[in-house]
Design a binder for this molecule. Structure first.
Ligand code: OSB
Ligand code: MG
Length: 368
């Protein structure tokens, strides 16, 4: 791909309102914006989605910077690649660190699509012109939950995902269900339960939820299969699925009926596509998960969610869900419950240079 330069922009932005889960509260989001430029001066953009602390996965912003700077870029220097899939294959020689890998790999996909003059969605096999929008409510009071849901429903979101845990589940969801009898609602537990909570989880079957996301621990693949046998509500796995093999094992074992695919969690678009293709063949619906991302990563999510197997609205919300002002232009918007899939080359969004500059706390350049 004749790479000449890779630039990292470490950025930080406050969320409009705190994002609360039983694992902790996110108030400020750090992120890593990656810009790859080739010898012709064409650039591609990616985003590292690790958090400042390892609450969701083991990676952090600092471990990602280390991996990108000291391992992944040196690999690319030593073994120049001709296609983003070659970079994904090259990165297989490094264990895990999927968010660091995805930050670079997704930037290479944007560059690749731009060089071909194709929208990224087309370059990866997307077929949809619009993707269905869903949004997440991550608060610790029913009052705030109902207030947010009212706003989001008015904005047209097609489904609402609610964070739950053993201190905030049946009554909380029942109250929401009472106010919105027909709203597509799902619950995300972020591993807040064990099989000892079987009765609590079974009680949720009454509430007509679309699914319950990641009730048990990431490694509880067998326990999830046992739980799914007891629940009517479909289980969706998030944290448990960090690569293709995890997805195949979960489907073969019956650990879930739905999979949430996150580009960063699985190491890039190449692996995300593999999981999508397998699930599509096996009639397992998938949806695109969110990571409280800035616009670059959201743009990659939109491209991914345009693939045919993404039949359920994902965490694909507008830029304004989390940010006063995003780092892309135009911002991502939701109209009539959908987001348009861009038709211009690559990710289809420009950088809001002013906003990128004012949120950047450090930059690192690498000549290739
Ligand atoms: O578990 O899906 C999750 C955000 C950060 C880390 C983990 C998760 C989430 C979300 C999605 O729930 C929020 C979003 O829309 O970006
Ligand atoms: Mg989740």
């Amino acid at each position: 791909m004749n790479l000449a330069l890779i630039e990292l922009f470490i950025i930080e932005m406050p969320l409009k309102s705190p994002f609360i889960t039983h694992l902790g509260t996110v108030r400020d989001r750090e992120g890593i914006i990656v810009k790859v430029t080739d010898n012709d001066g064409v650039s591609g953009m990616g985003e590292g989605v690790a958090f400042s602390t390892p609450w969701y996965t083991e990676e952090t912003v600092k471990t990602s910077i280390h991996m990108i700077s000291d391992v992944l870029i040196p690999l690319l220097k030593k073994h120049p690649v001709n296609h983003p899939e070659e970079a994904a294959a090259l990165f297989q020689s490094v264990r895990r660190n999927n968010m660091a890998k995805a930050a670079i790999e997704t930037a290479l996909w944007d560059l690749y699509a731009k060089k071909k003059g194709q929208p990224l969605s087309k370059a990866i096999g997307g077929t949809r012109e619009v993707v269905a929008s869903g949004v997440v409510v991550a608060v610790d009071s029913i009052k705030n939950a109902l207030k947010q849901i009212e706003e989001y429903v008015a904005e047209g979101y097609q489904r609402i995902k609610v964070k739950i845990n053993p201190q905030q589940d049946y009554e909380f969801l029942a109250e929401i269900r009472k106010c919105y009898p027909d709203l597509p609602i799902m619950a995300d537990a972020n591993s807040a339960y064990t099989l000892r909570d079987l009765d609590r989880l079974k009680a949720l079957d009454e509430l007509n939820l679309m699914m319950i996301e990641q009730p048990l621990s990431p490694n509880d693949i067998i326990q999830h299969a046992a739980l799914q046998k007891e629940l009517q509500t479909p289980i969706c796995l998030d944290e448990s699925i960090v690569n293709f093999e995890d997805a195949r094992n979960a489907v073969e074992l019956g650990s879930c009926k739905v999979i949430n695919i996150k580009v960063g969690r699985v190491g890039g678009l190449t692996e995300a596509k593999r999981i999508h293709d397998y699930c599509f063949q096996h009639n397992i619906p998938v949806w695109c998960g969110g990571m409280i991302e800035f616009g670059i990563s959201r743009a990659h999510n939109i491209a991914l969610a345009s693939m045919p197997g993404f039949s359920i609205p994902g965490d694909i919300s507008s830029s304004s869900r989390f940010w006063e002002e995003d780092i892309i232009a135009p911002e991502i918007t939701v109209e009539n419950g959908v987001t348009q899939v861009p038709t211009s080359p690559g990710i289809g969004f420009k950088i809001n240079e002013k906003r990128l500059k004012e949120t950047t706390t450090a930059t690192i350049d690498f000549q290739l």
